[in-house]
Write a protein that binds this ligand. Sequence first.
Ligand SMILES: *Cc1c(COP(=O)(O)O)cnc(C)c1O
Length: 381
Amino acid sequence: MKFGTKAVHAGVEPDPSTGAIMTPIYQTSTYVQESPAKHKGYAYARGANPTRNSLQKSIAALENGKHGICFSSGMGATDAVIKLLNPGDEVITSNDLYGGSYRMFKKVYERFGIKFHFIDLTHADNIDAYVNERTKLFWIETPSNPLMRIIDIQACVSKAKKHNILVAVDNTFASPYLQNPLDLGADIVMHSVTKYLGGHSDVIMGALITNNDKLHQDLAFIANSCGAVPGPQDSFLVLRGIKSLHLRMERHCHNGKVIANYLREHKKIGNVYWPGFADHPNHDIAKKQMRDFGGMLSFTLKNDTLENATKLMESMELFSLAESLGGVESLINHPASMTHASIPREERIKNGLSDSLIRLSIGVEDAEDLIADLEQALAKV
Ligand SMILES: *Cc1c(COP(=O)(O)O)cnc(C)c1O
């Protein structure tokens, strides 16, 4: 089955008791049992809920995976993966990472004796110097947030396989429409469902997808034991959002390309970070592992000051100044003070995330209107 058909149909079927074409919102905490421990597969809703089950099947299908597990947020999903580890274990991850992932690794899990190496993974060979017998996980985010760096998933997987190391990929920026890490050999895919999968800026949710039965069992055990599960109303909203994922992504990609090229030609713009440019350092890898280049990009102003960047962001009319991404409406964000404020300044600057960097999540509006908005705001800086 092809992607659009799966987006509309996978995981959902008419409700057996009424024929309702849309999966009902099973707003219940528990299920009545016929006799002790004899039930219809549902005992208590932290463990399982039919609306959530439907969504888990849908998301698994989109990632060409066997199993999906949904969480109450993207961070809840990431947390479950790290809980597979033990004190003394080591993780290799990138130095250009979602700020919340950096914060969890550094401020929560280092206290539990897990060691994280934040390195430049845009050259996969950099991994070699950090692998040892305690390395248990590669945590890969590509394209990266906010600098749109690209990591070669297959190259990392082939290094991991030699040492029995798990590979988890945060696929939030690409969405399953653009990139399927399980097909490239990754063990686990993570999504902040909050972003493109939900697509309408109205839900916080996360998901993990795997083909490995044992990993699924372990992660489902953690989900049920630790309890970061989403509610049925949110599951319903995401099921609804997913039905148009392919249509939205086509438009996000189209608008992203038009705006990346517009910005690049503009005399007031410094650098534009977008993996679709032929001279992006890992453009060839992006072309190999992604179907298109998405609707996320970031840039700096030629007059590269925080005052100028602030002036631009305050002057936007159609773009809303907000954290998050992947919704139908266009957003503008200042990583240094918003999404990535939890990373110490020296760390940020060292990794190329300057004070004036601006990130755009390009929505599905008409590109002409988005450009007109950028044009009027740029005229003011
Ligand atoms: C938003 C985001 C997360 C965290 O997800 P939440 O749903 O906000 O908890 C993780 N990774 C990336 C790349 C994100 O953009």
